[in-house]
Ligand binder design. Structure first.
Ligand code: SF4
Ligand SMILES: [Zn+2]
Length: 117
């Protein structure tokens, strides 16, 4: 359960406003639209859209509240997936298994044809 950024009391995940202090937690009164808020300073300084210069919001670069804020530093659990050697081998075989089988049949056929001479 997240905490209210203003009164720091626990609030339900889908709450539109804090039940304790009525602080706005979601944008446009919709529980599915998160409203990111800074705790002092601008959100833009750590936002991906500020870093890559694609944000066109007028509140940039001084936004203290924003619906599109995206951190420019990836979360540790968002690091790229690194499959193990075994998994990479399985993927490689799954992608090329048909060609390997076809090649094996061709080699066996060639060996049998040459052996019958
Ligand atoms: S998306 Fe929001 S937080 Fe990000 S740069 Fe634009 S205004 Fe700032
Ligand atoms: Zn609150």
């Amino acid at each position: 359960m997240p905490d209210c950024p203003q009164c720091h009391q626990p609030v339900p995940e889908q709450a539109i406003a804090c039940p304790h202090c009525r602080y706005t937690l979601k944008a446009f009164g919709h529980p599915g639209i998160p409203l990111y808020q800074s705790e002092g300073g601008s959100l833009c300084t750590t936002c991906l859209y500020h870093a890559d210069d694609t944000c066109t919001f007028p509140q940039r670069p001084y936004a203290s509240r924003c619906t599109l804020y995206t951190s420019s530093t990836p979360a540790p659990d968002a690091m790229p997936y690194q499959p193990s050697l075994k998994n990479r081998l399985q993927i490689w075989l799954r992608q090329r298994g048909g060609w390997l089988l076809l090649g094996a049949i061709a080699v066996i056929s060639l060996v049998l044809a040459l052996g019958n001479r």
